[in-house]
Design a protein around this ligand. Structure first.
Ligand code: TYD
Length: 212
C-alpha cells in the first residue's frame, strides 16, 4: 500500500486525556492487526526511545517548574528522535505504527497552559518531524472528572501533568475536540465511556477503510 503521505506503511495515533483508555485500545488494535498478518510497531511518546525515556523522566517527574517553552521543546526533542529512529524506518518498511500520543498531545497540553499558541506548538512539532502527520488519529474523548475517577481508582501517584487542575484538563479536552473538528478526515472521535469492545470495533472499522 502507498498513501498520500508518501510512505508504504500506515501511521495510526491514539489521543485523549489521561485515563481515557488509549493503551487498552492500542493493545486491542495491535492484536487484531497482528492476527491479520500485518507487521506492527507499537510505540509511544514521550519515551519511545532510550533518549526519549530520559526526556520523559524530566517532563513527567521533575519536581518544580519547567518553563513552558522548555517543556514544548523537550516533547519536540523526544518526538524528533523517535520519528527519525523508530517511526519513519517502520513506515518505510511498510509496517503499521500504532502510537500512544503524538503532536496533537503537544498542541492540546502545551497549548492549554495558555502561554503558547496552537500554531506555534504545531509548527514546532512539524519542524521536529519533517512534517509527518498520522494517516489516522483516534481521539478517545472523556470528561476530565470521569477520567480523574479512573486515575484515582488506579491508586498510582500522579505525574506532573495528571496533577494539573481540573480547568487545565477541561481546556485540553476542548483543544483535542477543536483539532478533530478542524481535520475530520484524519480523526475518528469516540466517546470513551463506551465499552472497550465497542470502541475497538469502531476503530477496526475505520482502520479497514484506510488499509484499503
Ligand atoms: P502518557 O504516556 O499517556 O501517560 P501515562 O503513561 O501516565 O498514561 O502521557 C504522559 C503525559 O505527557 C500526559 O499527561 C500528556 C503529556 N504530554 C504532553 O503534555 N505533551 C506531549 O506532546 C505528549 C506526547 C504528552
Amino acid at each position: 500500500m502507498t498513501r498520500a503521505h508518501g510512505h508504504p506503511g500506515l501511521f495510526i495515533t491514539f489521543e485523549g486525556g489521561d485515563g481515557a483508555g488509549k493503551t487498552t485500545q492500542a493493545a486491542l488494535l495491535e492484536r487484531w492487526l497482528t492476527d491479520a498478518g500485518h507487521d506492527v510497531v507499537r510505540t509511544r511518546e514521550p519515551g519511545g526511545t532510550e533518549v526519549g525515556r530520559l526526556v520523559r523522566d524530566i517532563v513527567l517527574h521533575h519536581r518544580g517548574e519547567v518553563a513552558p517553552r522548555a517543556e514544548a521543546l523537550l516533547y519536540a526533542a523526544d518526538r524528533a528522535h523517535h520519528v527519525e529512529t523508530v517511526v519513519r524506518p517502520a513506515l518505510g518498511r511498510g509496517d503499521v505504527v500504532i502510537q500512544d500520543r503524538y503532536l496533537d498531545s503537544s498542541v492540546a497540553y502545551q497549548g492549554a497552559g495558555r502561554v503558547l499558541g496552537r500554531d506555534e506548538v504545531r509548527d514546532l512539532s512539524l519542524w521536529a518531524t519533517g512534517g509527518l502527520l498520522p494517516d489516522l488519529t483516534v481521539l478517545l474523548d472523556l470528561d476530565p472528572s470521569v477520567a480523574r475517577g479512573r486515575l484515582d481508582a488506579e491508586d498510582k501517584p500522579f505525574d506532573r501533568l495528571e496533577a494539573e487542575r481540573e480547568t487545565f484538563h477541561v481546556r485540553v479536552r476542548e483543544e483535542f475536540l477543536a483539532l478533530a473538528a478542524a481535520e475530520p478526515d484524519r480523526f475518528l472521535v469516540l466517546d470513551a465511556t463506551r465499552p472497550a469492545d465497542d470502541l475497538a470495533g469502531e476503530v477496526r472499522g475505520r482502520v479497514r477503510t484506510v488499509l484499503r
